[in-house]
Design a protein around this ligand. Structure first.
Ligand SMILES: NC(=O)c1ccc[n+]([C@@H]2O[C@H](COP(=O)([O-])OP(=O)(O)OC[C@H]3O[C@@H](n4cnc5c(N)ncnc54)[C@H](O)[C@@H]3O)[C@@H](O)[C@H]2O)c1
Length: 324
């Protein structure tokens, strides 16, 4: 265990990653190449795996940024600006994210109190699935204020959606502004009413380009977005590059105090009457974690779909008896 005895303002930026499998290790690699952290600590129940990843990553340091990387324990979460939780089982072919809940909740009951005890002032970033329910469980099990518990939520679904729309409309994905909100999973909701390219609603963009606004093609794009993980898992058993890039975006927004708007999961207190559930809405992230959750003006259909998504998540969270 590496101790942190410097005063908070003199501490190097430390990021702890709990669970260094596909997602955790890929995120660590992205973090190293981007030079966002001075210290990266890798924590895993399989300590040898964490040691192996630390060795491999350290050998990339001469090609990237001076960074201290080691396989540690929960004590090393002390002083970390960000603790990223990626421990636990992933979906097997055909499994939904919600199917993972009992297995990963058991891991949560073990690791979240450990992390919270060692770093009561940190920010938790949850990636393990089902990410929304586990973000909610992390709020309860850590006792942290909700702005310091964030789930990667639909950051990945929003990226997939923007990518597919960009392919259809033949523009850079970064010029497509469109969000997936609600659950990171089967009940997620595409916000068609606000989707735009350069401020033009999709219908107007199509009219200006003299191309048809093809509703069936849009539905197909949403289905491919929602079901992408099933398609990838069938072919390569896991997904990790895009989620790691999304986690990096969240880490950058927080560590560099950027105020970036990203679709991440956090505790919803009152949105169209929905409360006490974690799911994704576009959210302003800065050094405090969640600065603000943006309350989009949705269509009636979108509100109904979001209510359904909230109910699915609440029912799953209730099965954990976190309030008992
Ligand atoms: N949020 C997203 O968008 C997204 C995307 C992809 C994957 N995921 C999820 O991320 C999670 C991890 O996926 P993966 O492919 O990296 O899995 P993996 O099996 O490759 O890695 C999981 C790691 O967790 C470790 N672990 C298990 N129990 C632990 C404990 N109690 N303490 C510390 N470490 C422990 C394991 O030893 C393993 O190294 C899964 O739940 C997966 O569904 C989320």
């Amino acid at each position: 265990m590496m101790t942190t005895d410097a005063t908070p303002q003199h501490r190097p930026v430390r990021v702890a990653i709990v669970g260094v499998g596909n997602v955790g290790a890929t995120f660590a690699y992205a973090l190293l190449l981007n030079g966002l952290a001075a210290e990266i600590v890798l924590i895993d129940a399989d300590h040898a795996r964490a040691e192996g990843e630390a060795m491999d990553l350290n050998h990339a340091v001469p090609f990237s940024h001076p960074t201290r990387i080691w396989a540690g324990d929960f004590g090393d979460c002390a002083g970390a600006s960000l603790i990223v939780l990626t421990a636990g089982a992933g979906q097997k072919p055909g499994e939904t994210r919600l199917d993972l809940i009992q297995r990963n909740a058991a891991i949560w009951r073990e690791i979240v109190p450990h992390v919270a005890r060692n770093n009561p002032d940190g920010i938790l970033l949850v990636a393990t699935n089902p990410v929304d329910v586990l973000t909610y469980a992390a709020c309860k099990l850590s006792g942290f204020p909700p702005e310091r518990v964030i789930g990667s939520g639909t950051i990945l679904d929003t990226a997939r959606f923007r990518y597919l729309l960009s392919q259809h409309f033949q523009v850079d994905a970064r010029s497509v502004h469109a969000y997936i909100i609600g659950e990171h999973g089967d009940s997620e909701v595409p916000v068609w009413s606000l989707a735009n390219i350069a401020g033009m609603r999709l219908e107007d963009f199509c009219a200006a380009q003299n191309i048809p606004h093809d509703r069936a093609a849009m539905d197909e794009i949403f289905h491919r977005t929602r079901d992408a993980a099933y398609q990838i898992i069938q072919r390569k058993r896991a997904t990790y590059y895009a989620v790691a890039a999304g986690l990096l975006g969240i880490a950058r927004a927080i560590l560099r105090d950027q105020g970036t708007v990203l679709s991440v999961s956090s505790l919803i207190t009152d949105y169209y009457g929905i409360r006490d559930v974690c799911f994704s809405l576009p959210t302003v992230l800065d050094r405090r974690g969640v600065q603000k959750v943006l309350r989009l003006q949705l269509s009636e259909d979108e509100i109904a779909s979001l209510r359904h998504s909230a109910q699915v998540l609440k029912d799953t969270a209730a099965s954990l008896r976190l309030n008992a």
